[in-house]
Write a protein that binds this ligand. Structure first.
Ligand SMILES: CC[C@H](C)[C@H](NC(=O)C[C@H](O)[C@H](CC1CCCCC1)NC(=O)CCNC(=O)[C@H](Cc1ccccc1)NC(=O)N1CCC(N)CC1)C(=O)NCc1cnc(C)nc1N
Length: 322
């Protein structure tokens, strides 16, 4: 089998993308996240007050995996925890009959406030799953054998609805060739490395190692590259109150690219104007990864591409131009 689910921006800045998923008998809107490996949902186990505005999973005690718990914390300091059930999960017509569904008993304030997100569906390696006493499989791992091809493809768009394809490559969603590179899955993520970057027409050799992450809004790279980029943006500055580089909203932003597998993967300058700030300037889509130790190729990087994540005998990543 194969299937496709829409990926709809949650707001006008593409802060995150939401996809409809049937969990048990409810349809929830989940954030598909290639940067983590837990499928967790808002649930009837939570206090009613934290469910306001959310769709949520009505737990069935008969389906509980007794004694199983989960607890996850994310790079932005948010987190959630709860109990585990085995239930039917359907994504774009692809069905996992006994998928580990992690029902929240508690979520951090960021999740309670974001009434559009009813949970996350992790698409990194199952080695990062947080369920105890026994790690559980991601949805992708659960359905892998029933898929026509062992892959999913990510088609996030700039200020528009895109999609996640499971088990097939949709030729109508890209132009030109697909450029494949081996994925480094040793740390549990979809890892890639670049051999150069370019700002406008100027190319610089550098090793940029990072992870593809649909759950991260922006593009985080090494500080010297970020400094070199904003040196080309008149009036740009690092604004600690805003938490990153900002610039006049009228600025023209150069394109940025990373050379992966010998091919320049270009991020259009337009995509790098992420959003206006409360201070009357605009917030950059490229920011520093200081302290993380690797780059995070988030939505700003992904939303101009069709990216195939193939879990074959050698995991591979394929890049094509939308
Ligand atoms: C099993 C854990 C799992 C692998 C975990 N994975 C991740 O954190 C990466 C994962 O992709 C998560 C998935 C997020 C989590 C929050 C909700 C949305 C999805 N990504 C991040 O945490 C990256 C940083 N966060 C983001 O990119 C959030 C996402 C968001 C968007 C809208 C509303 C709310 C949140 N957006 C922003 O920061 N921005 C958008 C809004 C703008 N005003 C500022 C920039 C991890 O590494 N955790 C280890 C970890 C824990 N604690 C910390 C402090 N750092 C850590 N790395």
């Amino acid at each position: 089998t194969n299937g496709s689910a829409p990926a709809v921006p949650s707001d006008q800045y593409d802060s995150l993308y939401l996809s409809p998923v049937t969990v048990g008998s409810s349809t929830l809107h989940l954030d598909f996240d290639t940067g983590s490996s837990d499928l967790w949902v808002f649930s009837s186990l939570q206090a009613q007050s934290s469910l306001v505005g959310h769709d949520y999973y009505m737990v069935d005690p008969a389906k509980e995996k007794q004694g199983y718990t989960w607890k996850i914390s994310y790079g932005d300091g948010s987190g959630a925890s709860g109990k585990v059930y085995a239930d039917k999960v359907v994504v774009g017509g692809v069905t996992a009959t006994a998928q580990a569904v992690e029902a929240a008993t508690a979520v951090s304030a960021q999740f309670t406030q974001d009434v559009d997100t009813d949970g996350l569906l992790g698409l990194a390696m199952s080695t990062l799953n947080t369920v105890k006493p026994q790690q559980q499989k991601t949805f992708f791992d659960t359905v892998l054998k029933q898929l026509a091809q062992p892959l999913f493809a990510v088609d996030l768009k700039y200020h528009a609805a895109g999609s996640y394809d499971f088990g097939f490559i949709d030729k109508s969603k890209y132009t030109g060739a697909i450029n494949y590179v081996n994925a480094d899955t040793s740390k549990g993520w979809w890892g890639v490395s670049a051999t150069a970057y370019s700002i406008g027409n100027a190319s610089t050799s550098a090793t940029v190692s990072g992870i593809l992450d649909t759950g991260t809004t922006l593009l985080y790279v090494d500080t010297p590259i970020v400094k070199a980029y904003y040196a080309k943006v008149k009036g740009s500055k690092m604004d600690n109150t805003q938490g990153g580089y900002v610039f006049p909203c009228s600025a023209t932003l150069p394109d940025f690219s990373l050379t992966i597998g010998g091919v320049k993967q270009i991020v259009p300058g337009k995509h790098i104007n992420y959003s206006p700030t409360s201070a009357g300037n605009c917030f950059g889509g490229i920011q520093t990864n200081d302290g993380i130790g690797f780059s995070i190729l988030g939505d700003i990087f992904l939303k101009s591409k069709y990216v195939i994540h193939e879990m074959g005998s050698t995991p591979r990543i394929g890049f094509a131009q939308q």
